[in-house]
Design a protein around this ligand. Structure first.
Ligand code: NI
Length: 388
């Protein structure tokens, strides 16, 4: 079965919603108008079980099937937030808010989940309950974690959860996914090294913090090459390095550096943290300096569970027929990972065609992908919870 006929009929209406959202982007948790728009549409569809303020500004709504003989509950998730980017597309529905833009296609994700909701509320051709999850703050604010911390999975009894992201560079109408790790974890660190400042001509009276910190940088780069299985994927980058002095004749007293660790293997997050801490503090100690390491855990690895990945693939095949079932993992991170830590599920890439990359000021979601994405959401529900 290809695109669902009803969703093809709804294509212009859903496109209208998408363009409205595109013109009115909101950031992080400040998605009040977007959440309000979602709630208005859901009410129009006759959906009355709607909860707002989940994870600060998330929206959760349920649709009951024609029957509920087995108590099955499936969650479908879309993200609602935009990015602090100034749009340069020149579209007639371009952002009306200076410095804010839907440059990651979350306008498309929200519109597609609304489209699937309208179809599912009309047809109810399934046995069980669908939980619609509209989350804030995917772009660095861990809105998915906030919703989980608010009891999302237990309060609504979600058993499996599915989400998707548009993918520039993949043709519209094509899906891509893989079982296991799909997107990387992202942890940040800060190291503040303190030696003893002094005169550049009298190093014996100082502890040269710049030299100590430089040794730390060099040794940090031994972690990936010497402590990680060469067949695994870990990236460590020191992104900033600043001394507290701008003068050539001063030995700095402190140096602050920051960096990031990305990996597709969760076990290496802990190993990398432990090694960064030891390398920094022990090297500083060897020189008579001190190092304070602050570790800021970010999004976990996005890991698709095996069975649900197969369900996602079967639904995608039914809709589009064109599915890359073993797409290479990518190193950006995604906070749907928090939902996948709590429940089995799968995250799917949906082709967005030959557009600018996500987070680029010329990016735009391709509206031709709408019926494909909506049909995939609906197909999963109807396949996983077939009408009794
Ligand atoms: Ni995104």
């Amino acid at each position: 079965m290809p695109i669902k006929n009803r969703l093809a009929d709804l294509h212009p209406e859903i496109t209208g919603w998408r363009r409205h959202l595109h013109a009115n982007p909101e950031l992080m948790y400040d998605v009040h108008e977007t959440a309000g728009f979602v709630v208005e549409r859901l009410k129009e569809f006759g959906i009355d079980d709607i909860t707002t303020g989940v994870g600060k500004t998330g929206v959760v709504a349920t649709i009951k099937g024609k029957s509920d003989s087995k108590g099955r509950v499936i969650g479908l998730r879309a993200d609602m937030d935009a990015l602090p980017i100034t749009e340069i597309t020149g579209l007639d529905y371009a952002s009306t808010v200076p410095g804010k833009m839907h440059a990651c296609g979350h306008d498309g994700h929200t519109a597609m989940l609304l489209g699937a909701a309208k179809y599912l509320a009309e047809t109810r051709n399934f046995d069980g309950t669908v939980v619609l999850i509209f989350q804030p703050a995917e772009e660095g604010g861990a809105g998915g974690k906030a919703m989980c911390d608010d009891g999302l999975m237990d309060r609504w009894g979600i058993q499996e959860v599915y989400g998707m992201h548009n993918a520039p560079g993949i043709p519209v109408g094509t899906f891509a996914i893989r079982p296991g790790p799909l997107m990387a974890s992202s942890d940040d660190f800060e190291i503040v090294v303190t030696g003893k400042g002094g005169h550049a001509a009298s190093p014996h009276d100082a502890i040269d913090t710049t030299l100590v910190a430089s040794q730390i940088v060099v040794s940090l780069h031994s972690i990936v090459s010497r402590n990680i299985d060469p067949l695994k994927s870990v990236v460590l980058t020191v992104g900033t390095f600043k001394t507290d002095s701008d003068a050539s004749n001063i030995i700095a007293h402190t140096v602050r550096m920051t960096g990031t660790v990305r990996t597709l293997d969760s076990e290496y997050r802990a190993i990398a943290e432990d090694r960064v801490r030891r390398v920094a503090t022990d090297i500083a100690s060897a020189y008579g300096a001190t190092a304070v390491v602050n570790w800021a855990p970010g999004y976990p690895v996005t890991i698709n569970s095996d069975a649900e990945t197969q369900h996602a693939i079967e639904a995608a095949r039914a809709v589009a027929g064109n599915v890359d079932e073993d797409t290479p993992p990518i190193m950006p991170s995604e906070d749907f990972s928090y939902m996948l830590e709590e429940r089995p599920g799968a995250y799917m890439f949906l082709g967005n065609g030959d557009t600018a990359q996500c987070h680029h000021p010329a990016y735009n979601f391709d509206d031709e992908a709408i019926p494909v994405g909506c049909s995939w959401f609906a197909e999963i529900v109807e396949r996983r919870m077939p009408a009794a």
